[in-house]
Structure formats: structure tokens, C-alpha cells
Design a protein around this ligand. Sequence first.
Ligand code: ADP
Length: 497
Amino acid sequence: MRSELYIDGKWLKPLKGGTFDVVNPATEEVIHKAPAATADDVDLAVAAARRAFDKDGWPRFSGVERAAYLRAIADGIRNRQAEIARLEVIDNGKPFPEADWDVADAAGCFDFYAGLAEQLDNNVEEPIALPDARFTSKAVREPIGVAGAIIPWNYPLLMAAWKVAPALAAGCTVVLKPAEQTSLSALELAAIADEVNLPAGVLNVVTGAGTVVGQAIIDHKGVDKLAFTGSGPVGSKIMAAAARDIKRVSLELGGKSPFVVFDDADIEEAVEWIMFGIFWNQGQVCSATSRVLVQDGIYARLLQRLVEETKRITIGNGLDDSILLGPLVSKRQYDQVLGAVERARSAGATIACGGGRPEGFDKGYYVEPTILTNVPLDSDAWREEIFGPVVCIRPFASEEEAVALANDSRFGLAAAVMSRDEVRAERVAAAFRAGIVWINCSQPTFTEAPWGGYKESGIGRELGRWGLENYLETKQITRFVGEEPWGWYIKPAETTR
Ligand code: ADP
């Protein structure tokens, strides 16, 4: 576990020397003191990133050269996959197999963007057909500059990869701030970048409080682009800060994503995907399908099976084999989730199972997987993100009603539909107002496919080629190839005289 910031290719103590506690959410023990940066450290990091971008030529490396670094980082992650996954478990609480999956995914993300960096060499120039033969024109893609990446705690290394990999592939340099709840793996990523001799200043990692370090990044004049994943209120602040300086901005925020199950769906398959959609990562997933709508004919049977299977979920320390649900990330999150369940109960919801702290745990931020029924449509439980293992489920009669209920939200990150009727599933997928739609599943996420939200769930898209676009500017270069100048002010006849 690292105790220093990674700035300009060096490990540095924060200038003001601060630290903050790293707490293992399964045991509530302080397991480390992480470096608490301040605005002065952010100044150093941005200066290093600026120099690496403006003077040292990271954007002028060929795509093939940048790809080689990205592939080396991917290998570096894979070489230490189990070790980093273990860090994620003691930092975030998630079950080890999930962390292991995330870390492999993060490595895959670096490989994927290495491929796109290589393609950039060939695709960077696009000829533009003009209606005037005296001119030729081309569009050129160039990196935006210094990217400030601010990430959440639910997928610590993976969220870093989703931003750092496309940014570096595009030729941007990065100042990365992990969430204060989970800083360990971002510092390991810096260590891997260091091992593969990524040029100094290309990736800088500053850890500390959002209101201090995050705020300093978003306010910094030397940052050209802000890439953020996290809560809506902070996303709003980031967009406001970006507006002040006309920084480029991409935001991936929360959701209250619906899952519509029609009565021709297989109940066992539906239960599996519903559980995956809300209990994976303790439900701390922005795209979690937390509002489940089930057609009348199978509602009672499906609910019964869902409750039976949910009660069988094994809960415990993420390092223990055979557990399926770990603790929530922090005391704050634990209090928020239990508070939301309490408010749902007061609003009239029925707790079909769970709803509290599991028995037998005197330490750790554990919350039972919870199913809520009879949730009023105007209650917070139905409308607001809970970000925990809590699902609301209700019956519907018609396709029209299901789509209306699904879309009645200020969010639009994800939505899922299950039906054996392919035509209907496609029709509902088309009707969803959401950036990510799953048919006959929920949550499978691929680096190749675009990721992001409609409405208040965000702006811009990550992953795939869309993720690279986030870090590119477009420049037109137009050349005059005519015989004689334009001739507006100085007539051709006059010049020849
Ligand atoms: P959560 O409420 O789930 O912790 P946040 O949106 O607060 O989610 O956190 C996501 C990221 O935003 C974290 O890295 C956090 O430190 C950062 N952050 C929080 N407040 C600010 C802020 N005012 N400016 C910039 N970043 C911030």
C-alpha cells in the first residue's frame, strides 16, 4: 500500500504532509494512512501534465508508440491481478471474484484502447469533399490536452481504466483523483505506469478529499477536460466549473434503471438477471436495475422465487470464499442505504425480505439484500438512487403501462427488458429513454460498446470508440490550391498590372 502521491514520474509526500484513514469496510479497521493532497499538490500535478502535453511531446508520439505503453500497463495489471484484486476487496468490500473480474476488465480496457491508438495513426486525417475545386480540406483529430479524471469508489481500478486508457490513447495527459474511500488501486496503477517507464507527467495520481483535491482539479485553469463518474450533485458542480472556463466535460452519473419482465419470460432466468442487476457489487452500481416491473401473470410466482433466492445469498468478508455479498463501502453509505429503506417503510412500502443489518455481524458495513414491494410511485425509494442492495418490484398489466412507468424518471442510464417475443423486446428497447439497454439480461458490460446516460444520468459516452472521442478535438485544415487568390479586395487584374 502506497503512502505517496505520483506526480511527474516521482513519488511525493503531499506538500502539507497530510494523510487520511483507509478503512476496511468488512472489519472497520484502519488499514492504512493514504496521502491527503491539497490544491498545492494539484498545482504540481497539473504543471507536470501540462509540460508532458505541451513540451515533452506525449501527443506527438505515434499511436503505435502510445499503444505500446498501454499494452505494457495492461500486462503490468495482469501480472499483479490477484494482488490488486485483494487490495480492492479490503478497500471497497466487494467479493474477491468480483474484484478479480474488475481487475481483468481494467487490463482489457488498456488493451482495447491500445488497439484504437494504433488505428488513430491511420484515421487521424479525414479528407473533406468541398464544392470549390480551388480548395482542399481535411479534418484532423488531436488530443484535447490535460484531462482531469475524477472517479468513484464502486469500481476503483476499472473506473480509472475507463478514463486513463482512452485519454492516453488519444494523446492527452492525465491528473487522476480516485475517491477518498478507495485510493489504493489507483496508486498501484501509478506504480505500474512507473514500472513501464511511462514518460513523466503523462499520468499523475493525487489522492484526497473531493472537496479539496477534486475541487482544485475542476477549478484549475491548466486542465482542458473534465471526466467524471459519480453522484448527480457533484456532477452538477463539475459541469458548472467546466462552464466557467469552457472546459470539455463528460459526466457519468446515477440512475434508477428499470427492468421490465413480460409474462412470457422464463421465471428462473429472470430471477437470475434481476439478482445480478441489483446485488452484484452490493448494488453499488450506477446502472443497477433497481426498479423491477413484472407483468401480472407471473408477478406472484416471480416475487416468491426472487425472495427465496435472495434469502440464500451468502454474506461476509469479501476475502472469504463462497460469499456473494460483501459489506457496503463505508459507514456513510451504510447509513444512507438503511436510511433509505427506513424512509421507504414510512412511505408505505412493504419489506418482502431483508431491510436491515444481517444477523451475526457485529462489525462491518453489512446490509441485507432487500426487496421492497408496494413502493409508492412518488416516494424517494421509487424515484431516487439508493446505491445499495435494495430493489423495488411492482406488477404491471400492459406493455404501454410498463414503458410509461420505466421512462417516468429523471434518470436515463440503463434499462432492461425480458421477453421471448423478439419483436416486442426490440419495440420496448426502442421506447426506453436510456443510454444502455439490455434485452434478456441486465448489466453485462463490454469495453467495445458505448456507455453513458440520457437525461440527468450524464453527458457524453465512455467506452468503445465513443470513449476515445471524449479526449479528441477536431481541427479542419483547409488549403488554397487555386491559380489565383480569392480576389475580393484586390482584383486579379490589379495584381498583374
Ligand atoms: P459519493 O457520494 O457516492 O461518494 P461523489 O460524487 O461524492 O459520490 O464522489 C465521486 C468523486 O467525486 C469522488 O472522487 C469524490 O472525491 C469527488 N468529489 C466529491 N466532491 C467533489 C467536488 N466538490 N469537486 C470535485 N470532485 C468531488
